[in-house]
Design a protein. Structure first.
Length: 251
């Protein structure tokens, strides 16, 4: 029960925060571009037929544009912003005096980042449906010709969500360790750019920043990216937890 209260408290801190706005704007950014393009060209996703499954084509096209840079960059920013909130407001000492364990605080903050990512994915998928439906109603006067492949949507979103976990874990570790927000952002940006440059390398899975891009453009002979992402996350979280509870001064 204490964890639920702690989670609610941490979530309230994110309301009207930069991280919250980032999930909203980032989630709708690419779908709005597609919607504007459809409206400008006076076409819809029905134009994909019969050469492809129209909804699958739209989903993969949008995620292909998002996963290479915008998704991992958004994860880096959101993870760092949420974790560094206590440093920014100088409230670590106040938080540590509350009747909750360090473990509860650690897990609650990490859970809020996860929830914020789920919020982003929700907005993004709403944007996909909107960009597919509105042009069809305007120009074709009916809904898209094919039904939404729900299981396919769930599968793709689940893989991409898992691919974000190592980035969240390492940014969480860095943001808890260093007070300076620019350190977390700098490390994340360097890691992301370096991973994109070396994306064709067969050992690119060693970089936690490579997983989203590897799903759409990485080498096909690497180890299972979902399994390696989960293992990487667990290892990084274990290190982060140890450093957090063993740190004498947490603020």
């Amino acid at each position: 029960m204490k964890f639920i209260y702690s989670l609610q408290s941490e979530w309230l801190k994110t309301k009207r925060s930069a991280a919250s706005w980032l999930s909203l704007i980032g989630g709708f950014f690419v779908p709005i571009i597609y919607l504007i393009t459809f409206l400008k060209e006076k076409t819809s996703i029905n134009s994909y037929y019969p050469f492809a499954n129209i909804w699958k084509q739209l989903l993969l096209s949008m995620w292909g544009n998002m996963a290479m840079f915008l998704l991992p960059m958004g994860v880096i920013l959101a993870s760092s912003l949420i974790t560094q909130m206590e440093f920014k407001n100088n409230t670590w000492k106040q938080l540590n005096t509350t009747p909750q364990s360090y473990t509860t605080i650690f897990l609650a903050k990490f859970s809020v980042i996860m929830l914020m990512m789920m919020k982003f994915f929700l907005f993004f998928n709403i944007g996909i449906f909107t960009s597919g439906i509105i042009p069809s109603l305007i120009f074709d006067h009916h809904l898209p010709m094919m039904p939404v492949p729900v299981l396919f949507f769930i599968k793709v979103n689940a893989k991409l969500f898992l691919s974000c976990l190592p980035i969240i874990a390492i940014q969480y570790l860095i943001s808890l360790k260093f007070k300076n927000f620019l350190v977390a952002i700098g490390v994340g940006l360097l890691g992301l750019i370096g991973s994109l440059i070396g994306l064709g390398w067969k050992y690119i899975y060693l970089s936690p920043y490579s997983y989203p891009a590897s799903l759409v453009a990485g080498p096909k002979d690497q180890i299972n990216p979902q399994i390696s992402a989960v293992v990487y996350t667990l290892v990084l979280m274990a290190i982060s937890y140890y450093l957090f509870i063993s740190k004498k001064e947490k603020g």
